[in-house]
Design a binder for this molecule. Sequence first.
Ligand SMILES: [Cu+2]
Length: 142
Amino acid sequence: MERESYLSVFFSVFLWSEPKGGPMARRQWTVFATLSAAVVCLVAAAAQEQGTTREFKVVGSHNAFQPSTIEVHRNDLVKINFTAEDIAHSFTVDGYRISKRAGIGQSVTFEFRADQSGTFTYYCNLSQDDGCKNMKGQLVVR
Ligand SMILES: [Cu+2]
């Protein structure tokens, strides 16, 4: 659920529980509203912790990655569709123990949870080809 959904649920409860009666009812209503707000905040925080799904198309061609920078938030689920256009290339990130190879004109799709923050280099490890040695990009996890 989106943040807006949580808010609308919260305000529905808020309006529905409009106090009627004496000070005791008002007090109970205040406690109820406060607890509701706390639950909404906890659920929203849990959703935030899970992260969102981020999809990227990455192309390896002429000894370069396009794009050469990928930025995500910590705990996002990162889906990458990697295509090698001119010759076979790989998308390798040592810090995440990832290495995916795509043949000429082929694509490979994979996903991982960005559970470590920092800046990680992605590169092509098919270094038999000189140009591949210079293929580098940056995965930034904030
Ligand atoms: Cu390569």
